[in-house]
Structures are given as structure tokens and as C-alpha cells.
Design a protein around this ligand. Structure first.
Ligand code: HEM
Ligand SMILES: Nc1cccc2nccn12
Length: 289
């Protein structure tokens, strides 16, 4: 059923900004992770995967219950590599154990985007930890080998339209794929920890070649050492998606605006917030110098 957010009346934006700052400082401190990519990208991924179990057809899954903290969910093969994000957040939770896990995972995803020079992501607390038996079954996250109709159909489960789908996948400007996690590898080049519209620029402009990787999976590789998943490349293979890819490749502000709106919708999927609950907009560390 629908999950109703229960904001903690004793906590203000200051308390959540403290949690944001602890996460942001830890990202800066542990900058050597994953060959100096840092923890930002996997914090975005754990926030997305916590939310990506949502199914509007039966109103199950989503970030509300914080069930990513249970073995059944973190051990989903689709979540390979995310234990490192959970371990990164453990000391943050220890220090601020008044926060729910659902709020912590999504706040971490907001902090990571903003600290990577991405757009401001309005965020609302009030997710409530649910028991282990509410953990959704494995297999609700998307398949990287899907084509454009697969991708459109998959995100239709959340009620997302083409604009929201293309904007969200633009988060693939961050981090990289790891053969040991997903069976895909690369980029070997400057894998990024800066949030930008580069994913769309590369998708359009690189000279992509479909080839088998070391795990025997087909992926698109470029002479510069970049890669695209088949599901990424699918955005070029559908006219409506391609129009949006071009728009974002040519206008980073448009991408930032559309991404922020779609990311909020993703992180809040399946949750009803009180009408008078205003979202918090956090300052970056640089803005608090
Ligand atoms: C069709 C939908 C999607 C598919 C099939 C997909 C698939 C993947 C795969 C296979 C990886 C590599 C994981 C690894 O090997 O470590 C990955 C990484 C990543 N994904 Fe997605 N993804 C999708 C949508 C999204 C969305 C909506 C977001 C966020 C809004 C997102 C954010 C990320 C980030 C930040 C990484 C890099 C993680 C790292 O550097 O370890 N992805 N994705
Ligand atoms: N960084 C990254 C992560 C996941 C998928 C992907 N495709 C192109 C780049 N990329």
C-alpha cells in the first residue's frame, strides 16, 4: 500500500544539513576509492537502487522502508558493488541513528550529486524503516542488455515519461562499470566524478563499436576508451529518446533541470508526503566555507 511519510518533528533542516556535511566530508576524505573516482557514484547508485524496486502496479518496493539494509536486497546480483556504499554509510548512521535508512540512502544520493557540481536536489525526510519481511524480491532492477522498448517499458512501472527516462540515465556521467559487478567494463578513460551532460555528448559524438568484453558480454566501446551499455545505446536507437539525447547534449542547464525533477520523483516513488511538507534544499560544502 501507499507509504505515508512521517517527518521527525524534532529535526530541522540544520540536523539534515549536518548529515549531508558528514557524508560530503567523508566523500572528500576518502577520495582514493575506485582509482580516485571516489564514493559519489556508488552513493547515487544505492539511492537509485533503493528506490528502483518500486512497482506502481501493486504499490510495493521503493525507498520508504530502507530494506536495502537487509541481506536479501543488498545481495541481489543487481546490487553487486553496493555493499561498499552501505559500509561507507555505516559510521554516518552510527553518529545520526535518529535517521531512517530510507532517508539516509536517498540523502546520500542527493549529497553525491550536489557535491559532484550537479544540480540542487530538493529532498524530503519521513521514510520509516520497515521489517525484513517487507523486503521486495530480487530482480526488480533493470537489465543492461535491454533495447529502447525494454527501457521505456521498464520505467513505465514507475510512471516515468520519455523525458524523465532519458534525464535519469544521464546519471551515467558518473563512475564506471566494473566487470566483477555487472559483467561490463569501462570506461578506462577519465571516468567521472563530476556531474555533467557528458554522457549525452559522448553517446552522440563518439565512434561506437559493438564488441564482446572479457566477460563475453556485448558492449559499445569508443577509440577514446569510453563505453556504453546496450541499454545506454538504446537511447540513440529510438527517435523520441534521440531527440532528448540531442537536447541534453546541447543544453546542460536543461539536462540539470530535468534530471533534478526526475531524480526527486524516483527517490520519492511510492511515498505520500504531507501537502505542507516543504522540501529541504541543502548547501554544498563550498557554499558553507
Ligand atoms: C536502463 C536503466 C539502467 C541500467 C540498465 C543501468 C545499469 C548499470 C550498470 C550495469 C552499471 C555498472 C555497475 C558496475 O559494474 O559497478 C551502472 C552503474 C551506474 N549507474 Fe546505472 N543503470 C540504469 C539506470 C541508472 C539510473 C536511473 C541511475 C541514477 C539516477 C544510475 C546511476 C548509475 C551510477 C551513478 C553508476 C556508476 C556506479 C559506479 O561507478 O560504481 N543508473 N548502471
Ligand atoms: N559511467 C557509466 C556507468 C554506467 C553506465 C555507463 N555507460 C556509459 C558510462 N557509464
Amino acid at each position: 500500500g501507499l507509504n505515508v511519510a512521517i517527518p521527525n518533528k524534532s529535526k530541522s533542516i540544520k540536523d539534515y544539513q549536518n548529515v549531508y556535511n558528514d557524508i560530503a566530508e567523508k566523500i572528500r576524505e576518502e577520495d582514493e576509492f575506485d582509482n580516485y573516482i571516489g564514493y559519489g557514484p556508488i552513493l547515487v547508485r544505492i539511492a537509485w537502487h533503493s528506490s528502483g524496486t518500486f512497482d506502481k502496479n501493486n504499490m510495493t518496493g521503493g525507498s520508504f522502508g530502507g530494506t536495502m539494509r537487509f541481506k536479501k536486497e543488498i545481495n541481489d546480483p543487481s546490487n553487486a558493488g553496493l555493499k561498499q556504499a552501505d559500509e561507507f554509510l555505516a559510521p554516518i548512521y552510527k553518529k545520526h541513528s535518529w535517521i531512517s535508512h530510507g532517508d539516509l540512502y536517498t540523502l546520500a544520493g542527493v549529497t553525491a550529486v550536489q557535491e559532484a557540481q550537479g544540480p540542487k536536489i530538493p529532498w524530503r525526510p519521513g521514510r520509516v524503516d520497515q521489517p525484513e519481511n517487507t523486503t521486495p524480491e530480487n530482480g526488480r532492477l533493470p537489465d543492461a542488455t535491454g533495447d529502447s522498448s525494454y527501457v521505456r517499458n521498464y520505467f513505465g512501472r514507475f510512471g516515468f515519461n520519455d523525458t524523465e527516462i532519458v534525464a535519469l540515465i544521464g546519471a551515467h556521467c558518473l563512475g564506471k562499470t566494473h566487470l566483477e559487478n555487472s559483467g561490463f567494463e569501462g570506461p578506462w578513460g577519465a571516468a567521472s566524478n563530476v556531474f555533467s551532460n557528458e554522457f549525452f555528448v559522448n553517446l552522440l559524438n563518439e565512434n561506437w563499436k559493438l564488441q564482446k568484453n572479457a566477460a563475453g558480454n556485448e558492449q559499445y566501446d569508443s577509440p577514446k576508451g569510453y563505453m556504453m551499455l546496450p541499454a545506454d545505446f538504446a537511447l540513440r536507437q529510438d527517435n523520441k529518446f534521440l531527440k532528448l539525447v540531442k537536447a541534453y547534449a546541447n543544453d546542460q542547464d536543461l539536462f540539470f533541470n530535468d534530471f533534478a525533477k526526475a531524480y526527486v520523483k524516483l527517490l520519492e516513488s511510492g511515498i505520500h508526503f504531507p501537502a505542507d511538507q516543504k522540501p529541504f534544499i541543502f548547501k554544498t560544502l563550498d557554499e558553507q566555507e
